[in-house]
Design a protein around this ligand. Structure first.
Ligand SMILES: *[C@@H]1O[C@H](CO)[C@@H](O)[C@H](O)[C@H]1NC(C)=O
Length: 510
């Protein structure tokens, strides 16, 4: 379970960047990692055929975890026959910010492999511990494609757990071969790539081919696919499309994780079917689900089947319960979700069709609507957010809180007093929402910490409140920003088109 929570944690950390505490700089011992800044960066990079640069920030927890491993790797790599230089840049320092934006640093740590004097920039996609870093970088510094010269080499290289791209050529020259090497250069960070003169060395498939042909080996679906279109762009497309399973499997098997990461990185809508892999109906689900995936795969949907035993992280994230299994949930990239609990295999096709036809209402994670809501501070849940905040025609101050958050507890009596002081004003509502148990429309509210306060005026102007946390400050803010158009008039005008919403973005942490 820890592994799966961590893979979800990892995926979500791609979405949200949370700075951790700033702590004292560690004392610097002798370092193998080269420290670069705006004064020496370009000169240094230009001199290297191959150099690795980590952009970090002193407050970033993942960077601190990486630091000793990176240092250890640097020390090993510096003593190789062909040494590899690891460098770092403190991207938090004002003078280095231009460098960070030049290299499109969006989160920390960001590691780039710079080749050919910096002309060629590649994302580092390897492990984060010393031995893994060393192995990955040795490979990245070698040829992009390895020659296979025997059947033993082929089976060691290809195996049956990962994707491997192999070019078969009658000779290692000519346009096809050059294009294949260009492909290898482009994709070397993500794939294992090899070339051979003899298809007979290769496992799987017809070995009488003499090439030129590119054969992609994969541990799922048809197990290998061939392409003879040697246009570089076509080859890239072929490799990327062929390496996505029709149905991605989500369980505790580590060899599946790269495909899960690929799945979550896809721009498609994501259909996720959760079943208990040990239950008798699983095979029937898998069969029906594959049929559906086959039918809809060209329509912007990617499919995943997950074992409920491995999916606690996902269940928590979506607010799902185990007694709803078997269930399917579809999430769009804008966060909109569609959900069907307690499915049977025979329901799948009809539900997917209804979803496609727009006949399934979106699913909102929500606590139950409270039976009474008479306290001065009103309780808002996922299902009442539209009604109370967006469509009430009132000025609403909304607190996003977490039950465990201490600052929220200190704020609670203050909000109570604010609410009491507005009790005679029908235009003003003070409300709170447990952001851990209810969906928040992320296109309107950006909630990265608790408490977060937003104000939506009666006319629809949304702004984050970042003033003082005293009763007086909050009351003054509401008095100044509320619209006094009159609630009664607003109410008869409904329903109306959502007003243009202005949102203040929180400061960029970079
Ligand atoms: C999955 O099924 C097995 C066997 O039927 C059962 O023991 C287990 O509790 C189930 N797991 C969940 C999370 O429901």
């Amino acid at each position: 379970m820890a592994k799966i929570v961590s893979i979800f944690g990892f995926l979500f950390s791609l979405l949200v960047l949370l700075p951790s505490q700033i702590s004292a700089e560690e004392s610097e011992a002798k370092e193998s990692v080269l420290t670069l800044d705006n004064t020496n960066f370009h000169d240094t990079v230009t001199k290297h055929e191959f150099i690795v640069v980590e952009f970090y920030a002193p407050w970033c927890g993942h960077c601190k975890q990486l630091a000793p491993e990176y240092e250890k790797a640097a020390s090993i790599l510096s003593s190789l026959e062909t040494p590899i230089v690891l460098a770092k840049v403190d991207a938090n320092e004002e003078k280095n910010k231009e460098l960070a934006s030049e290299y499109e640093v969006k989160g920390f740590p960001t590691i780039k492999i710079l080749r050919n004097g910096g002309k060629n920039i590649q994302e580092y996609k390897g492990p984060r511990e010393a031995d893994g870093i060393v192995e990955y970088l040795k490979k990245q510094n070698g040829p992009a494609s390895t020659e296979i010269k025997s059947a033993d080499e082929a089976s060691a290289f290809i195996g049956d757990k990962k994707i491997v791209v192999v070019g078969v050529f009658p000779k290692f020259s000519g346009e096809e071969y050059d294009n294949f090497l260009a492909l290898a250069d482009k994709l070397r960070a993500d794939y294992d790539i090899a070339h051979t003169l003899d298809a007979k060395y290769l496992p799987r498939g017809d070995s009488s081919v003499s090439g030129p042909v590119v054969r992609l080996f994969k541990p799922f679906d048809e197990l290998f696919v061939d392409s003879k279109d040697f246009n570089v762009e076509a080859l890239v497309k072929f490799v990327e499309e062929s390496s996505i399973p029709l149905v991605t499997i989500f369980n505790n098997e580590p060899s599946n994780h790269p495909f899960v990461v690929k799945y979550f990185n896809s721009p498609n809508a994501k259909a996720m079917l959760f079943v208990n892999f040990t239950s008798a109906s699983t095979e029937a689900f898998k069969a029906k689900y594959r049929e559906i995936a086959e039918q809809y795969k060209q329509q912007g949907i990617s499919f995943l089947i997950g074992d409920v035993e491995s999916s606690q992280g996902a269940f928590q994230y979506f607010g799902l319960k185990e007694d709803q299994v078997p269930l399917i949930i579809i999430q769009h990239t804008d966060g909109k979700k569609f959900f069907k609990p307690n499915l049977e295999p025979d329901h799948l096709a009809a539900w997917l069709k209804a979803y496609k036809d727009g006949d399934v209402a979106p699913f909102v994670k929500s606590e139950p609507i409270p039976a009474t809501n008479n306290e001065p501070v009103k309780v808002v849940v996922g299902e009442t957010l539209q009604e109370i905040v967006f469509n009430s025609g009132k000025n609403v101050l909304l607190e996003f809180y977490a039950p465990w958050c201490g600052h929220c507890k200190s704020l609670a009596p203050i909000l109570d007093e604010v609410a009491v002081s507005f009790q005679s004003d029908p235009d003003v509502v003070i409300a709170k929402l447990d952001a851990t148990a209810n969906d928040i429309p992320s296109d309107t509210f950006e909630v990265q910490g608790y408490p977060t306060l937003y104000f939506r005026s009666a006319s629809g102007k949304v702004s984050q409140y970042d003033g003082g946390r005293t009763k007086e400050d909050i009351i003054e803010f509401i008095q100044k920003n509320k619209d006094t158009t009159g609630a009664a008039q607003q109410e008869v005008e409904q329903p109306k088109a959502p007003a243009q919403q202005e949102v203040e973005q929180p400061k960029d942490e970079l």
